[in-house]
Design a protein around this ligand. Structure first.
Ligand code: ADP
Length: 496
């Protein structure tokens, strides 16, 4: 085999390498360039031969390139350089390489440059940089000594430290709360030994420190990458303080709700027990008062008769109160008994008006409309509702004597309205008066009550598949309504 001479070998290498090579005279005039150089920049040798290298360097890089060449020639050094060429078509080509100078008898003769095309790498770097800077999360890169290498703009806002302040510093001392520092170091050592890290590749919730030394919650995901024998860790962090606060508020609210439910339950138990306990002695008081009345029958002096009457009225009030309390506990237990019959509605309205007139002889109760039809329902319970409306109308209109009971048949339902011209209800309280234990606080009028009558009424009407509502104007009066369906109702008779 014939050996090719050394010059041929170098020529072959020069022409076939993928590196861009040029030889320039000391003035920067092109003497020789290789194929890779011409191919990359899109010229033929004839086009570039004898022209200045600066024609092919991007205007922004010319001065720097020039000063490098001057120093290389003067200082006899080889310099690494990164610059940008321009192709014949006007495109940029990023290159990196080194320039050196050849001397003969101590006199510089030519400079040579050998470069690699790094355009693709530069573009990839630019993309990565764009992702890094515009990432919605804080992105931090550390090495295996926990030294901070990269710290993006979001990390600056999240932790308060600028990239300049922390780059090159140990992460542990900056954003890791003191109590986690040891485990961070141990975790790192364990990972370097075993390649295993419990926090790697997962998202965890943890606290971090900001520049002000304040601890706050972050979501943290860390991944590891090995580059030429060294491990690098990239951490993504986002602030979850707001979410944590909302979660905490929710937990607190739930706890409060739970407590108030327990309290409600206890209140209900108390009401149920107390009303039963009150009922027994009251029954015997009532029996004894009746007995006294019976024994004295006609023989008592007027004063004693009056005392007995007052005692009976008090007993009656107490009975009503206790039975309302019992109703409340029955409603809560879903056990309000219903006794369904078909009856004439007129009878019900008349008997209620009659009873109400005894409560307050001062008030004149007018009946309007026609109530003369049969209706299917629990007569006693519906009486209880109308009586509640009427007694309220009396109680809450102390300075006006007119009350109107209006019965209207509308389509498939009857509508009953009780109108008074009393204190009325403020607009924002109207919705609430049917709630349990709700009473409108009124500084001008102090009427006694427990705030349960309307609640029981609304529950009774609900059991009849009807509706309740109120129309009212403060200081002008109110109309309380209930409406009942007329058709044959298929009620559950109890336990509903
Ligand atoms: P009570 O009258 O025992 O307080 P109710 O449940 O019957 O309980 O009524 C609830 C509240 O609704 C009353 O405390 C009162 O503030 C208001 N209210 C009821 N009826 C009237 C009315 N006719 N006029 C003005 N306010 C009324």
């Amino acid at each position: 085999m014939k050996l090719i001479n050394i010059e041929q070998r170098f020529r072959d290498l020069f022409e076939n390498t993928s590196d861009l090579i040029h030889f320039l005279n000391t003035e920067g005039i092109i003497q020789l360039v290789n194929h890779a150089w011409l191919n990359t920049l899109g010229y033929t040798f004839d086009e570039v031969k004898g022209t200045s290298i600066y024609n092919y360097i991007h205007p922004d890089c010319r001065d720097k390139y020039h000063s490098y060449r001057e120093r290389i020639i003067a200082e006899r050094k080889t310099w690494e350089i990164e610059t940008t060429f321009i192709t014949k078509a006007g495109n940029k080509v990023n290159i990196e390489g080194h320039i050196s100078c050849h001397y003969e008898n101590g006199i510089p003769v030519y400079t040579r440059g050998i470069f690699r095309n790094i355009t693709e790498r530069k573009e990839a770097e630019a993309h990565l940089k764009a992702i890094f800077t515009s990432a919605p999360d804080a992105v931090i890169v550390i090495n295996q000594q926990s030294t901070i290498l990269k710290w993006n703009a979001k990390a600056e806002t999240l932790f308060g430290f600028s990239a300049k302040e922390v780059t090159g510093k140990n992460l542990t001392e900056y954003i890791i709360p003191e109590r986690y520092r040891e485990s961070h170091q141990l975790g790192m050592q364990y990972f370097l030994k075993t390649g295993e890290g419990p926090v790697l590749g997962r998202t965890i919730e943890i606290t971090a420190l900001n520049k002000a030394g304040k601890e706050f919650f972050i979501n943290l995901s860390i991944s590891a990458a090995k580059i030429t024998d060294n491990w690098y860790f990239i951490a993504f962090a986002s602030d979850i303080t707001q979410r944590k606060l909302t979660e905490e508020a929710l937990i607190k609210k739930e706890a409060e709700l739970f407590n108030s439910r327990i309290q409600d339950q206890k209140k209900e138990e108390f009401i149920s027990i107390a009303s039963h306990e009150l009922k027994t002695p009251l029954t015997s008081i009532k029996a004894y008062v009746e007995l006294i009345g019976h024994v004295l029958d006609g023989n008592a002096n007027p004063d004693t008769g009056w005392y007995i009457q007052k005692a009976s009225e008090g007993i009656h009030k107490l009975e009503n109160l206790i039975s309302e309390l019992l109703d409340i506990s029955r409603i809560q237990a879903g056990k309000l008994p219903m006794n369904l019959t078909t009856f004439n509605f007129n009878d019900l309205v008349d008997s209620c008006i009659e009873s109400a007139s005894h409560i307050s002889p001062l008030h004149k109760i007018h009946k309007k409309g026609n109530a003369d039809f049969d209706i299917n329902g629990d007569k006693e319970r519906l009486e209880q509702v109308l009586m509640n409306y009427l007694t309220n109308a009396i109680k809450y209109s102390p300075n006006n004597d007119r009350i109107i009971v209006n019965v209207v048949r509308e389509g498939d339902e009857i509508k009953v309205g009780v109108t008074d011209f009393g204190i009325g209800i403020p607009n924002d309280k109207k919705e609430k008066v049917f709630e349990r234990f709700y009473r409108v606080e009124n500084i001008h009028h102090s009427v006694q009550g427990l705030g349960i009558g309307l609640y029981i009424s609304s529950e009774i009407i609900k059991r009849h598949h009807g509706r309740v509502w109120v129309e009212s104007e403060e200081d002008k009066g109110s109309t309380f309504y209930f409406a009942l369906p007329l058709g044959a109702l298929n009620y559950e008779t109890s336990n509903s």
